[in-house]
Design a protein around this ligand. Sequence first.
Ligand code: SF4
Length: 360
Amino acid sequence: MSVKTSPLIVPVFLPHAGCPHRCIFCDQRSVTGTATAIPDAGAVQRAMEVYAKNRDSNNRPVQIAFYGGNFLGLPKETTHSMLAAATRFVQSGRVDSIRFSTRPDTIDDERLSLINEYPVSTVEIGAQSMSDRVLDRSRRGHRAIDTIQAVRLLKKFGFETGVQMMVGLPGDDKKTVLHSGRRIAALAPAFVRIYPTIVLAGSPLGRWYTQGRYHPLDLDGAVDLTKRLLILFHSYRIPVIRMGLQASADLETGSAVMAGPYHPAFGHLVYEALFFDTVTTRLGAHPPDGSIDVVVHPRDISKLRGLNNRNLQRLSDRFHPHQVNLQSDPGVDPDSMIVNHHCCPLYGERIDTATSGASS
Ligand code: SF4
């Protein structure tokens, strides 16, 4: 699957700005590492100053991104002033375009007409789940139908549309997660992000956890579910551009994490599991009588090896070969691997939405 060059993001964090209430799992202060602040146009200038100091775009497109809140939930005049401040950097040629994240229930004709006069190219919707029961229990305050309508409208206006979803929300299980994944895939977004639910100390979910009302997924369970979603979205040729929260200082020190499947390299763990599965599936039918030889594209060698060479050890423990050789070769397709001289695709076959219950 060819993926467009990913843009260099200049983030402007607006923790909880424009949010109608606090969703059960959310604490943007610890996720973004930014104190709650009243959004002002100066935040764009400050973000650009940080970017200028560390500038290394390598010719990638540059986007100013408003993250951490509900951008279209801001008062109209604030939305205008933030977009106007960002637009000045686009007009000067230092930035290519603007993106933001917002709730699905803030997308309507009027608001999209309002932002249409600015160089906004990308809008990310926080869908989180496509199960109304899970959305209710997570105190999202919107329904799955809002996400469906929002994606349709954003596409009609011509915005590149991304969707964020979560796994392990209150009321979630394997069935609801995969059901949500299929419904989101059926909407054909330009990309998705997948976040495991973490119990953040500053979130309402932290109280539920303390009271024994919520039990998070363990790390292996979250990796397995996210891997299944990755395979699903890949089968629809939908890029998964992030899996797991970006590490912030509070997350890294552990001060913000009460419980749950937080790992600073969560996405890497998902790929590690996918590569291990592919090798073992192949070898399951053809057990090695000598060595295990696996060759992948150079881009994928660290995913094949796993953190601290764990996959190498696991393969040794599982099959007891004389030797395990994990190597890279630029001639191998990044979406496949060669296992003992046989080519194996990394991802499964397309799943038909006709049987998925998707309503779009
Ligand atoms: S999940 Fe989004 S809408 Fe909910 S509180 Fe967090 S930033 Fe606001």
